[in-house]
Ligand binder design. Sequence first.
Ligand SMILES: Cc1ncc(COP(=O)(O)O)c(C=O)c1O
Length: 393
Amino acid sequence: MKVSKVAQSVEASVTMAVTARAKELKVQGVDVVSFGAGEPDFDTPEFIKQAAKQALDQGATKYSPAAGNMQLRQEISRKLKEENGLEYKPSQIAVTCGAKHAVYEAIHAVVDPGDEVLIPAPFWVSYPEMVNLVGGIPKTIPTGAETDYKLTPELLRGAITARSCLLILNYPNNPGGFCYSPDELAALGEVIAETDLAVISDEIYEKLIYGDMVFRSFAAVCPDLYERVITINGLSKAYSMTGWRVGYTAAPDDVAQAISRMQSHMTSGPATFCQLASIEALAKGQAEIEKMHAEFSKRAEHIYKRLNALDGVMCPRPTGAFYAFPNVASHYGRLKVAGSVAFCQRLLEEARVACVPGVGFGCDENIRMSFATSMEQIDKGIDRLAEFLNTAG
Ligand SMILES: Cc1ncc(COP(=O)(O)O)c(C=O)c1O
């Protein structure tokens, strides 16, 4: 059968090969330490599960409105106002099948074929592919350790062309583990204000920030840009609800309506009982968020210190999300590996440690190490990494 050109152009994830091999080894009974997780290692809090069970018992088994349950949209509107200082009416909010589809619909709503989309590297693997799917042109903007892997006003200014229509910001960042401060966001906002760029601000890791870092929503820091910003968020990471598939977009009226229209033909609203449980999560989840946050915060500091104590490894301090993103490239020559994929393959085969190659995120000198795993596993894995770096030739 003919496969469409667009479908053919979608790249298989290079990161998946290492993850699949790690799983295979685990099934064979090999003791692999995995730093691959893209989801919290905690269970969904009990009161949220209870709310879903109750919703099912009360018959919440039918379609919800295409853009989501109205009570949930009201709760999201309250959350955005009280926690983020953002005014979005429920009609400006669409509840989506995970934040992933929220990002896809947001891109679809504003990008025409041939439009250029600016994506600072490191980036979440799905952004460029989503842009490709709608016929846009992803244009990645390289960054480096000098800026803690963050986009700066200068880098942004240098990347904008007449065809640029959208910038995708993600902070706290997957895989970079950094967060933009309000001042850094304001400085980027000044450059954006000189242009017609729209902005997608993917704030899915908002609740996971560490040390002195302060999280502020982009649209709240740059209110003059409000009409050009689509805010993305969801329940997956903050409430450990990755399998429930509840995310959302908050956008100016015209874009919000476009997203709702598209969603009515694509997925309709997410599972009704998941949406009802999400109302409970947003309304009463603060204590649970704090418990998980306290644990992640300890791990962030620990993994940072341990990684930087290794010879030839440079890791920026994780100030958000649950990822460390060390640069290990000083070892590539000695290990005779061409880049992060071969490095991760050898690390897995020889030291039984699974990490995600940075090349899929636009940074081939780095590897992504998720600390959504216990302290014991973190220590065991870093001991093995140290041994590998010291002895492998
Ligand atoms: C930056 C970023 N945005 C969006 C998502 C998607 O989240 P969800 O599981 O809600 O689809 C992820 C998940 O890994 C992510 O890392």
